[in-house]
Design a protein around this ligand. Structure first.
Ligand SMILES: Nc1ncnc2c1ncn2[C@@H]1O[C@H](COP(=O)(O)OP(=O)(O)O)[C@@H](O)[C@H]1O
Ligand SMILES: [Mg+2]
Length: 252
């Protein structure tokens, strides 16, 4: 059974202007331990897909399951199994870095000693061991994202979801953070889904890249190493193919 499976997924929002189609007939699957990225234009339904994965939204039609279960319907099963890192850090400003990193464990009612041990371990892994007593406003944007990453790993989830987590950062900081994040994911063998509107970033992050049209549906599903074999010119060609697939898809 795939770890994540989307079958003919559709999501419509009811707005004042009527019904709005955010996802139409989206099917894909992700195996356990796979690292994939999902790329598509802004507004094509990427975050909506992620919100369904997180159990925050319910599909209109079709299904999106993790371990064969629907996150919306089985919220309790997924406690501690899914973690997300978002574009904005979503830290609690009144809490110190250590307490922010330990937050997910607090929700899971892990005793304080273990909670702080684990939080300190992951703060060290993301290079913030000197900052456990700082408050979020004392940190740079990249450091705040690192706290969010530590908070996610602390919980030891099965699946890590990432929605444009590097989008607010300057390029140098983003590259360093992406590399470090990816290394931790590879080391821990987490199933991961990275959502981005940046094709280069998608190709760098994912072993596989899913390219979405609008409303969200699958345009391409490409395995980077198989397609490019590490050859820079094949990589450029693949990027062109992805770009063209997105450009040629006219929203309807
Ligand atoms: N709760 C909502 N109600 C109405 N429309 C929504 C809602 N959430 C998202 N949308 C619309 O659905 C479309 C897809 O949004 P989103 O999934 O955030 O796109 P992306 O993350 O790819 O930029 C957008 O046009 C957005 O305005
Ligand atoms: Mg989005």
């Amino acid at each position: 059974m795939p770890k994540i499976e989307s079958r003919s997924l559709a999501k419509n929002f009811t707005t004042e202007e009527g019904s709005f189609e955010a996802i139409r007939n989206l099917s894909f699957h992700v195996d356990a331990g796979e690292v994939i990225s999902v790329v598509g234009k802004t507004g094509c339904g990427k975050s909506t897909t992620l919100n369904i994965l997180l159990g925050l939204e319910r599909p209109t039609e079709g299904s999106l399951t993790i371990d064969g279960k629907e996150p919306y319907a089985d919220f309790d099963y997924f406690r501690g199994k899914l973690c997300a890192v978002f574009q904005t850090d979503r830290l609690l400003p009144w809490r110190k870095v250590l307490d922010n990193a330990a937050y997910g464990l607090e929700i899971l009612r892990i005793p304080a000693k273990e909670r702080y041990n684990r939080a300190r371990h992951w703060l060290e892994r993301v290079g913030l061991e000197q900052f456990e007593n700082a408050y979020p406003h004392q940190l740079s944007g990249g450091m705040r994202q690192r706290v969010g990453i530590a908070r996610a790993f602390c919980v030891d989830p099965d699946v890590i979801l990432c929605d444009e987590a590097f989008g607010h950062l300057d390029e140098v900081t983003a590259i360093k953070l992406r590399t470090d994040f990816l290394n931790l994911i590879r080391e821990t063998h987490k199933t991961s889904v990275f959502i981005t509107h940046d094709i280069d970033e998608a190709m760098e992050l994912g072993g596989r890249v899913l390219v979405l049209g609008q409303p969200a549906h699958l345009l391409l599903d490409v395995e980077i190493s198989r397609e490019t074999n590490g050859d820079p010119s094949k990589r450029r060609e693949l990027k062109e193919r992805i770009l063209k697939a997105i450009e040629d898809n006219h929203p309807c």
